[in-house]
Design a protein around this ligand. Sequence first.
Ligand SMILES: [Mn+2]
Length: 301
Amino acid sequence: MSRDVVVVGAPTSAGSYAPGQETAPRVLRELGLIDGLRAAGRRVHDLGDGPLQVWAPDLRQPRAQNLAAVVEAVQVVAAQVAGALDRGADVLVVGGNCTVVLGVMGALTAHRPDAGLLYVDRHFDLNTPGTTRDGAMDWMVLAHAFDLPGAAPELAAAVDRRPLLVPEQVFLLGSEPAVATGWEREQAERLGLRWRSGTDLAAAPEAETARALGALPAGPLAVHLDVDVLDFTQAPLAESTDGRNSGPSLGAVTAALAAACRDPRFRVLSVGEVNPQRAAGSPEVLNRFVAALGEVLRPAD
Ligand SMILES: [Mn+2]
């Protein structure tokens, strides 16, 4: 018997470059996300959405924009995920920004400290407010999980554990060093971060996922998808357009995530950086994405 699935929406673009991602939970629900999960064979409880946060420029803190709102969204996700884990359910968190991962891992490590994180993202997300001019918190996620020098203390301490994670708890799939900052490449090396590229993931999604899962701890597993890992030309879903003509297809990522979500340790899947406006000219890609999530969370036969 597969566990029930609790769905949590985190409609926030507070950590973004511009508005957009805050609409993703609503749009994906309207396209049948919940019924799709049920049709795939899961019992689903939809907890609804946390606070609606729409990005606006933050002139007071331009290098760490909307930090208080980002912290609030993380804490709401942490509380919702903790409640779902306590009742024995698996969880699907629909962002919003990738910062929701900090809430997921806050809840999961409180549940059991030896939790693991499979982080499927084109970016290392190792920036801090001092290492990028942009001031968007959504590509600073792992820097705050590891509490790197220069991390914003409010976000690094948003949940009970600090540092929230050590590098041995994380494996990245789909990374592309060419779009990382120099600081991120240095930190990835210094921390001994384990990662495989988007080219690797596209070539052998299931084998790469199995290898990554084999390197993660024995405790409960969270899987995070930043849709910017996808080839943007094939699947224009992400806020970032870095993925034009590079990276895995939606089919390859679906196969990878399905393998990860069937791991016995699996408890939480989170999805970040979906900007429905990117699909305005090819809206069927949103339907394909909803179908992919149903496939990913389909119980093993
Ligand atoms: Mn990313």
